[in-house]
Design a protein around this ligand. Structure first.
Ligand code: PEP
Ligand code: MN
Length: 331
C-alpha cells in the first residue's frame, strides 16, 4: 500500500506516518516525487488496515499497490529513475554505452581495449574479474588482481567501471573498485548476494536470468531496493527458448513491458544474447529503437585469442561502426 501525502505535507508529517506504519508492524519507505511524497508500506503479507493512517495530518489518500513488487513499481514511483554517476546519467534519455571484454585478462589487454572503446565513445568500461563460468575448468577470472587492473583503466581513461560480483563474499572487494556492481544472469536469484547488494554504496546492474519472467526479474530488483539501495539498473541479455540460431533469444519486448510497470532504467546486452559478433550491431540498433537506456557490449582487440566469449566479441572497429549506426537513432 502507498500512503500519498498532500502536496504541502511537511517532513515531520511524513516521519509521523513512517512511525505509525512501524507501529502496525511494517516498514514505511518515503518516496519523494515531483509533486508529492508517498510512503510505501512494505513487509505486509495481507491487506493493511489504513483507517488510522487516513486521518493523520498531511495524508491525502491510500492506494493499494497491485503488483507483488512495490519499491521498483511505477505505481509507487511514477517518474522514471535516473541514475547519475559522475557525469553520466542512466535513464536520462541518452543511451549510455558500456563496452569492453568479457573478462579482464591482463593489464595490457584491458588498457588496449579501454583506450579503443573510449576513442569510439563508450562511457563505461566492462570487464569481469570474477567470472561465473559454466565449466569449472574454464578461465575463472583474475579476481582482485583484475579489479586492480580495472582501477588503472579508470585512472588512465576516466571511463567508469562495471564489473561483476559473483557471491556475497567477493562483492565486498568488488564494491571498493567498481562504479557499478554487476550481478550476472546466473545469480539473479542469489538472494544473499541481492541482499548484500542492497547495502552497497554503488549502483547495481542486475541482469535478467535466461529463465526468468519479467516479474521474477523485478522481484529480484525489489530484494536490492528493500535493503535500501534503489540505484538498480536492469539488463535484458537474452533468454533461453527453442530458437537455436542464437545463443539466447533477445527479448526486446521486455524493454517496453518493463518501462510500463517499473521506473527503473533498463539496458540491453546484445552480445550474450547473440553469441556471435555478426548480429551484435543489428540487435544494438533494435535495442535503442525500442527505448533501451543503454547497451552492454563485449569488445576485444584480439577476439580469436580471448579467454572467454571471443566469438561474440566485436573487433574495436566494429564497435566504432556500432557507435556510428546508433547515432542516427538517438539524435
Ligand atoms: C557477463 O556480462 O560477463 C556475463 C557473464 O553475462 P551473463 O551474466 O548475462 O551471462
Ligand atoms: Mn561474456
Amino acid at each position: 500500500m502507498l500512503v500519498v501525502m498532500k502536496n504541502d505535507a511537511t517532513e515531520a508529517q511524513v516521519q509521523a506516518v513512517v512511525r505509525a506504519i512501524e507501529k502496525l508492524g511494517y516498514r514505511g519507505i518515503p518516496m519523494p516525487g515531483a509533486q508529492r511524497t508517498a510512503v510505501c508500506i512494505i513487509g505486509n503479507t495481507g491487506p493493511v488496515d489504513d483507517s488510522g493512517l487516513l486521518v493523520m495530518n498531511g495524508v491525502k489518500e491510500t492506494i493499494r499497490v497491485t503488483k507483488p513488487y512495490k519499491l521498483v513499481s511505477r505505481e509507487t514511483h511514477p517518474q522514471s529513475t535516473v541514475i547519475a554517476i559522475g557525469d553520466i546519467k542512466i535513464g536520462g534519455g541518452k543511451p549510455v554505452i558500456m563496452a569492453g571484454p568479457c573478462a579482464v585478462e591482463s593489464e595490457e589487454q584491458a588498457l588496449t581495449i579501454a583506450r579503443l572503446v573510449k576513442k569510439y565513445g563508450a562511457q563505461v568500461f566492462r570487464g569481469g574479474a570474477f567470472k561465473p563460468r559454466t565449466s569449472p575448468y574454464s578461465f575463472q577470472g583474475l579476481g582482485e588482481e583484475g579489479l586492480k587492473i580495472l582501477d588503472k583503466v579508470r585512472q588512465e581513461t576516466g571511463l567508469l567501471i562495471v564489473t561483476e560480483a559473483t557471491d556475497h563474499i567477493n562483492i565486498e572487494v568488488v564494491e571498493q573498485y567498481a562504479d557499478i556492481i554487476q550481478i550476472g544472469a546466473r545469480n539473479m536469484q542469489n538472494y544473499s548476494l541481492l541482499r548484500r547488494a542492497g547495502h552497497a554504496s554503488k549502483p547495481v546492474l542486475l541482469k535478467r536470468s535466461f529463465a526468468a519472467t519479467i516479474e521474477e526479474l523485478l522481484m529480484s530488483a525489489e530484494y536490492i531496493s528493500s535493503e535500501g539501495n534503489n540505484q538498480v539498473i536492469l539488463c535484458e541479455r537474452g533468454i533461453r527458448t527453442f530458437s537455436d540460431n542464437t545463443r539466447n533469444t533477445l527479448d526486446l519486448s521486455a524493454i517496453p513491458s518493463i518501462k510500463e510497470v517499473s521506473h527503473l532504467p533498463i539496458i540491453v546486452d546484445p552480445s550474450h544474447a547473440a553469441g556471435r559478433r555478426d548480429y551484435v550491431i543489428s540487435l544494438s540498433k533494435g535495442a535503442i529503437a525500442v527505448g533501451a537506456d543503454g547497451l552492454l557490449v563485449e569488445v576485444h582487440h584480439d577476439p580469436p585469442h580471448a579467454l572467454s566469449d571471443g566469438m561474440q566479441s566485436l573487433y574495436p572497429e566494429q564497435f566504432g561502426e556500432l557507435m556510428e549506426e546508433i547515432k542516427g537513432l538517438t539524435r
